[in-house]
Ligand binder design. Structure first.
Ligand SMILES: [Zn+2]
Length: 379
């Protein structure tokens, strides 16, 4: 069966946000020209509306409970920090609420200098301890290299999975009960399904490495969470509770950037998640060149439906490239060299058929089975 990513499609764009068929070839428009993502966003807002009712009061109550639960511990919570807007603002917010935070940063070898400086400046000024987990470079390199040859859309999986796993493993080892999370509808309300391959699927990661890797490493040094860890371990046996404070407040990306710049000398580096040089390459070069997709449309659309930007402003912003062609060529050369991929191999990667998760072993069948068992028990 031909992958949907390889089909020729007719161009469509949403009349409310700027999602189009370059951000998801399967975009569905209703009779008013409004896309499925806008409808999903509205549903999420309804689902999450209880957060906003007395949000600050609810958040204060949660934080008081955290402080009580952790009064004999060294820290009230941990926070995975990338140096980006959301996690940096969250660190500031935790300080405002008087929480004792351990900031954990995972260095996968692609940090931009600005991101590292942002993290250091903030932790120093707020007086927070910073623990940096440095990934084994040969492991990350071989896994990322395998992904580049896999034809899969979401090239951020090897980085994202070890970020999630390393922070959780640290919490488990040091009995940290709470993990602060920067997830929020305001900046992430719209995420294209087209490349949202789950970064949590360990079966898929192993499968991709086995099929597309060079077999030079064993993945033993790669921090990972198994299916068991994800659905049972961290839930029931060594629980780590996730708190999403940004959902309880009126979070504004523009406001957060202004505050961080003023208070901490924090610097913005352009696109979302560009704190990693690999992510920058993935979003600016790999996805547009191999798939013809623009991930920026998700980010801008999220701000439009969240009311931080008008659709016209969004349409104007998407026309402004985040890098010049020269900068992109330089970035591509840097990434390919670091991953030991020749120019000829890069051309082969671009020309090879696009693949989906279903082309490799994955946890989807196991997940569906678990969901149907849960459903029967609850029924
Ligand atoms: Zn839309």
């Amino acid at each position: 069966m031909e992958s949907t990513a390889n089909k020729k499609i007719q161009y469509k764009i949403c009349s409310r946000c700027i999602m189009d068929t370059t951000s998801d070839p399967n975009l569905v428009l209703d009779e008013n020209g409004v896309c499925n993502y806008c409808h999903e966003y509205d549903d999420l807002c309804k689902q999450y509306s209880h957060y906003k009712d007395n949000g600050e009061k609810q958040l204060s109550e949660i934080i008081n409970k955290m402080k009580e639960d952790c009064k004999n511990d060294e820290y009230d919570c941990a926070l995975g920090i990338s140096g980006g807007v959301d996690s940096s603002y969250l660190l500031y917010l935790c300080h405002e609420y008087g929480l004792r935070v351990l900031a954990i940063h995972v260095d996968a070898g692609w940090n931009s200098e600005i991101a590292v400086q942002n993290i250091e400046k903030m932790c120093a000024k707020l007086g927070y301890d910073l623990h940096t987990v440095v990934m084994d470079w040969p492991t990350i390199k071989e896994l990322q290299r395998a992904y580049m040859f896999s034809g899969l859309a979401n090239q951020d999986v090897p980085q994202d999975h070890c970020f999630i796993a390393a922070v959780r493993q640290y919490c488990k080892k040091h009995h940290i009960k709470y993990l602060m999370n920067g997830a929020n509808l305001a900046t992430e309300g719209i995420l294209s399904h087209a490349y949202q391959q789950s970064p949590r699927d360990w079966i898929n990661i192993k499968g991709v490495y086995k099929k597309c890797g060079r077999g030079k490493i064993s993945l033993k040094k790669y921090p990972h969470i198994t299916f068991w860890d994800q659905y049972f371990g961290y839930e029931y046996f060594y629980p780590v509770k996730f708190i999403n404070p940004l959902e309880y407040i009126d979070y504004s990306k523009k406001g957060a950037i202004a505050l961080l710049e003023k208070e901490f000398g924090w610097k913005y580096y352009g696109g979302k998640h560009f704190e990693s040089r690999f992510t920058k390459f993935f979003q600016e070069v790999y996805l547009p060149q191999k798939y013809g997709w623009e991930k920026r449309r998700d980010h801008i659309s999220s701000l439009i439906v969240g009311g931080e930007m008008t659709r016209d402003e969004g349409l104007a912003e998407i026309q402004i490239p985040t890098s010049t062609p020269e900068q992109m060529a330089e970035e591509t050369e840097y990434v390919l060299k670091k991953l030991d991929i020749s120019e000829q191999e890069w051309q082969e990667i671009l020309a090879a058929p696009n693949k989906t998760v279903a082309d490799y072993p994955n946890e989807l069948a196991l997940k569906h089975c678990l969901q149907s068992i849960k459903h029967k028990i609850i029924k």
